[in-house]
Design a protein around this ligand. Structure first.
Ligand code: NAP
Length: 315
């Protein structure tokens, strides 16, 4: 499986312990290169693509995500401004900021970082973001468009998963896909893409969640298993069938306090046991994460080009 080719082939049979590691970094780097050309074209037309990165968390993971997005924006020529709100403030503070950013014509995209404090509902935030600026794709209008097969902004992690599989030549058509997790930002949109028509889709797709009666039986049925539960090591090698392609979306901080940026990052899959059964597996970090950021930037450049009415080629 070579990420430099886009030829779709079936996953190879596994050799024990020799699963292909689906490295997201080279795939994301190529997307960044292409986005750099797109932002150059926009600038030539007098448009400076700009996103607002909003954070209302003390968690180390939240801070890390925002800083990764900030760095990636700089790499591709998208201007970014970070807005931090104290997590002890009322939800109204966040709603007011989102309203201001919606009204600011110099801001093309608004990204509100998860996690949010318990007193701020993610849905209440999502529906306040201007759908034209909703680069995380979480506004009900954008989720509805995705479901209807006419997407505007696809949630970046879901788009990134499909892009990563494609880059490694992993065909989804006719495969049994199992998605663990049903969040509106990750699990559900991933299932919509995998079960949709055409490239990256056409998989017979099962969605699992915390009330799934026998998770291991479900994951063992998958040719492609996507795990987005936020539970470190939830899926191990015994829960997979030989030759499965495993996409570990989880990013969990282990061995550190909640507000601590230190500690280790662990996925939702027990990598060492899973790689002995799987044909291919994403690492954490360095698998899905780089693609999530790259696809967010695609959405941001798309938002700027729509706003300006200037067509650019998106990767
Ligand atoms: P979320 O909103 O908390 O959703 C988690 C989902 O997992 C829920 O649907 C939940 O089921 C399900 N779940 C929890 N425990 C389970 C269990 N024991 N068995 C089966 N299903 C279970 O989380 P999220 O925002 O989707 O994120 C999931 C993970 O991905 C987190 O670790 C997050 O940090 C990570 N993430 C990574 C990226 C990236 O770029 N790699 C991007 C976004 C998120 P219920 O619905 O029944 O509660």
């Amino acid at each position: 499986m070579d990420p430099n080719t886009s030829t779709r082939t079936a996953p190879t049979d596994p050799t024990e312990g020799a699963a292909t590691v689906l490295d997201g970094n080279p795939v994301a780097d190529r997307i960044h290169d292409d986005l750099g050309s797109a932002t150059d074209s926009l600038r030539d037309s007098g448009v400076a693509p700009a996103v607002a990165l909003v954070s209302m968390t003390d968690s180390g993971a939240g801070r890390t995500y925002v800083s990764m997005k900030e760095q990636a924006c700089a790499t591709v020529g998208v201007e970014s401004t970070v807005h931090r709100i104290d997590p002890d403030r009322p939800a109204a503070a966040l709603f007011e900021l989102v309203a201001d950013l919606n009204d600011d014509p110099a801001v093309h995209g608004v990204s509100v970082q998860s996690p949010l404090p318990d007193h701020v509902g993610p849905r209440a935030v999502a529906r306040r973001i201007d759908p034209e600026k909703d680069v995380e794709g979480v506004h009900p209008e954008n989720l509805g468009r995705l479901l209807a097969g006419t997407p505007r902004y696809t949630p970046p992690t879901a788009a990134g998963i499909v892009r990563l599989l494609d880059a490694y030549g992993i065909d989804t058509a006719g495969k049994r896909a199992v998605v663990v997790g049903r969040s509106e930002a990750v699990g559900r949109p991933t299932a919509v893409l995998l079960s949709g028509h055409g490239p990256g889709g056409d998989a017979t797709t099962t969605v699992c969640h915390s009330r799934t009666a026998d998770l291991a039986a479900a994951t063992r049925s998958g040719d492609i298993v996507v795990v987005a539960a936020g539970r470190p090591g939830l899926v191990d090698g015994e829960m997979l069938s030989a030759g499965a392609v495993v996409v570990d979306v989880g990013i969990n901080r282990v061995g550190a306090g909640d507000g601590d940026a230190a500690g280790q990052v662990a996925g939702d899959v027990d990598f060492e046991s899973a790689r002995r059964t799987a044909a291919a597996i994403t690492p954490v970090p360095g698998g899905v994460g780089p693609l999530s950021v790259a696809m967010l930037l695609c959405n941001a450049v798309d938002a700027a080009s729509r706003h300006a009415g200037v067509d650019v080629a998106l990767p």
